[in-house]
Write a protein of this length. Structure first.
Length: 338
């Protein structure tokens, strides 16, 4: 009997996995139904009004930029109400903005696929990360706790082969499910935008950006799955992974962050796993730290911002996940399973 096929059957037969799949489908259905119920096709009058408001907003941004440039080019001393003194006017330049006002911003009650696809995809990725972590932890944790691994080793007495097959089968199954779910998910909201909202005209840049987020999200789902699997293997129980996740969140993400703020540590966000996850998903994230400007002079402007990029963040995620996975295989090889 093929070991991979046996593991696929064991994985699909688990009630917890079936329950998580049902919850995934339920969350997807509720989100789609809520979006469909709260949207409508905009009328020509609504579109005309929205275009006018977007044009006025753009003109306001240009006027603000010109006002800032005029203030900086003049020799007039700053007054109490001067908002542009010692300010980089590029912050107000419409050309340098991440996005400009568009008509969809002024259409309340209208679902726009072009505007909402990214946050909807983030929501799906978050759910799939949780799905992968819980399924990965329960898949190996239940077998270790119930003695299922011991019975399997009696049939195939190669520990690393068995554990590696379990992990590979798990990752392949989760990846296939994540790809299928995300494609159906995005296609459904695309149809909603075209039939009961505003589909827009997304260009190549939009699809490339969405595809990049989707690809990075799939990598994050696989890392979370392997992490749950590794921690549960080390702790010999599903609850070990759940306890480790809860402890990390409370002790480090909340407690240590508070302590770092009290002691005025520099760049505390770079020490948080959540910051590296955000940097990996978005490609780059910026954080603000007042301590970066404590040594700057009054004539030397300081923004106080620093960035995390996807490259170093991916290295951090891979080192943590890979280190725990290697440790799990090393411990499993020598551990007494009885």
């Amino acid at each position: 009997m093929n070991l991979v096929r046996a593991e696929l059957e064991r994985l699909s037969a688990r009630r917890f996995v079936q329950l998580m799949v049902v919850l995934l489908a339920l969350a997807f259905a509720v989100t789609a139904a809520t979006t469909l119920a709260g949207s409508h096709r905009p009328s020509e009058a609504e579109l005309s009004s929205a275009r006018t408001q977007a044009a006025e907003a753009l003109q306001g941004m240009e006027a603000t930029h010109q006002q800032c440039l005029a203030r900086q080019n003049s020799m007039t001393p700053p007054g109490e109400t001067d908002d542009f003194y010692a300010t980089d006017c590029s912050e107000f330049d419409p050309i340098r903005q991440d996005r400009l006002p568009i008509a969809a911003d002024y259409l309340p009650g209208v679902f726009s696929f072009e505007q909402q696809a990214r946050p909807l995809l983030y929501f799906l990725i978050a759910f799939l990360v949780l799905f992968g972590f819980l399924v990965g932890a329960s898949y190996i944790g239940a077998d270790l706790n119930s003695g299922g691994v011991v019975n399997l080793l009696l049939w195939r007495p190669r520990r690393l082969t068995v554990l590696g097959t379990k992990l590979g089968t798990l990752l392949g199954t989760v990846l296939a499910l994540a790809v299928g779910a995300s494609l159906v998910y995005l296609a459904t909201f695309w149809v909603i935008g075209q039939t009961a909202g505003l589909g827009g005209r997304p260009g190549d840049d939009f699809w490339r950006s969405l595809g990049a987020i989707h690809g990075r999200g799939l990598v994050l789902v696989l890392l979370a799955t392997a992490l749950g699997f590794a921690i549960a293997t080390l702790g010999r129980h599903t609850s070990a992974a759940l306890g480790a996740a809860a402890a990390y969140t409370v002790v480090w993400e909340l407690g240590a962050r508070l302590v770092l703020e009290i002691v005025d540590a520099r760049r505390p966000d770079r020490l948080m796993l959540s910051s590296h996850i955000a940097a990996w998903l978005n490609g780059k994230v910026r954080f603000w730290d007042n301590q970066l400007c404590t040594s700057s002079s009054g004539t030397d402007p300081c923004s106080g911002f620093y960035s995390l990029t996807w490259g170093p963040s991916l290295v951090v995620l891979l080192v943590i996940t890979g280190g725990l996975t290697v440790a799990a295989f090393a411990v499993f090889r020598r551990r007494d399973l009885l």
